[in-house]
Design a protein around this ligand. Structure first.
Ligand code: A3P
Ligand code: MG
Ligand code: MG
Length: 380
């Protein structure tokens, strides 16, 4: 024990374990203090019209309309006759966000000088939905994910790739599930008006090409983020706080009749709802609880800031801090591993439940997702 002559200095490989090429996803590893997450700030918005055409404005914004005390919405109404469904075979990747960036680059401060438009002063550019998947990963037991990452001008772009399992599920979706997907959009139609002064129009067509998206910037510890997410509607009160605080997320869920159902709602649904809205700073979710036939039997508002209180009594429940710390650590992992700055190189990060996150590197492959027009536009 006194014979220390062989001991090496702390800088040697023997004492510094090699950095792992994988990332652990178990909950226990992320139970620490809540990380710094700056209040998200809306930097812009865009709209996708009934034909999925992009507009750098808020033309698709809708307004929340408080429903009757006992609503009687039939969510199946119009499913066969008044439903235009977005083509899920078209993979849009980050294209809409990139179009927004190109159209609004003068608004975005650059790293070099306030006038220069590149490089962008963000570490990550992605969809809110991709970040939601990262937040819920430590609790996900069913569906894995694939995320393509490209470093370009110092910014890491993250774009989801559909897994084989997800594609199979989508292509074999039972009729019942397809109908239930419609229910969510139909609920939006019952709850939203096109103008501040108008009423919802349930006799209209439900077209899932249409979307209003917010673009927010924020910071998670040392990660500067720019992401976009679809927003269902906003408070129409002119005295409502500025976006994103005036936004309202709409959801449907099966009515809760038993303690077991309540527990499942807290443990699984509220995790997804919380993660989706917490990220962009949307303060409330309005939920329509429906019966087996798709009739809404009650409507209830959930404040995102109160959800952690609501679930505290559930045994072995999810924790916001685990979600946020995991997200922070995977972004650090991506930053550390995706080092080559090249728009045609993709680092494909891959995860399956009960496994670590791993990745592979692909050059000029099917996975490349930054379009030539974007690269040209953003090359100094
Ligand atoms: P619900 O939210 O009521 O389930 P969002 O709530 O994110 O605004 O999405 C609106 C609707 O789109 C959802 O309504 C649901 O019907 C459908 N939807 C969203 N994500 C989905 C997914 N991953 N799989 C199936 N349907 C989805
Ligand atoms: Mg939505
Ligand atoms: Mg919604």
């Amino acid at each position: 024990r006194t014979n220390h002559h062989w001991q090496q200095s702390s800088a040697t490989p023997e004492q510094t374990p090699p950095r792992s090429q994988t990332l652990c996803t178990s909950r226990e590893a992320y139970e620490r203090a809540f990380p710094l997450y700056k209040q998200p700030v809306e930097v812009g918005c865009f709209s996708l019209d009934s034909q999925r055409r992009f507009f750098s404005d808020s033309r698709q914004m809708r307004y929340y309309v408080e429903p009757d005390r006992s609503p009687n919405f039939d969510l199946s109404d119009g499913y066969r006759e008044r439903y235009v469904k977005r083509d899920e075979n078209v993979k849009e990747k980050l294209d809409h966000i990139l179009r927004w960036i190109v159209a609004n680059r003068s608004k975005l401060k650059s790293k070099l000088s306030p006038d220069a438009s590149c490089p962008l002063d963000f570490d990550f550019v992605t969809w809110r939905g991709h970040l939601t998947k990262l937040l819920t990963t430590p609790y996900e037991t069913r569906e894995g994910w694939l995320l393509a990452v490209t470093r370009f001008n110092g910014t890491l772009y993250i774009s989801e790739v559909e897994t084989e399992a997800a594609r199979r599920e989508r292509e074999n979706r039972p009729e019942r599930n397809q109908q239930m997907m419609y229910w969510g959009y139909k609920f939006e139609q019952y709850m939203c008006a096109d103008k501040t002064y108008s009423e919802p129009d349930p006799s209209g067509v439900v077209n899932t090409n249409e979307a209003f998206c917010t673009v927010v910037q924020t910071r998670l510890t040392d990660h500067k983020l720019l992401f976009s997410g679809e927003v269902d509607c906003r408070d129409k009160d002119p005295d409502a706080p500025p976006p994103p605080a005036c936004y309202v997320e709409l959801k449907t869920s099966a009515e809760i009749c038993t303690p077991k159902q309540r527990s499942n709602f807290h443990r699984f649904k509220l995790l997804k709802w919380w993660a989706q809205s917490f990220l962009p700073g949307v303060p409330r979710v309005v939920a329509g609880f429906r019966d087996h036939d798709g009739i809404v039997v009650s409507v209830e508002t959930f404040q995102i800031s109160k959800i952690s209180q609501l679930i505290k009594n559930e045994y072995n429940c999810w924790k916001p801090t685990v979600c946020m710390n995991f997200c922070c650590d995977i972004l650090s992992f991506v930053k550390r591993e995706a080092t080559e700055d090249n728009p045609s190189v993709v680092y494909l990060f891959s995860w399956e439940p009960h496994r670590d996150v791993t990745y592979s590197v692909h050059r000029d492959s099917q996975y490349s997702f930054l379009p030539d027009w974007y690269i040209k536009e953003m090359t100094c």
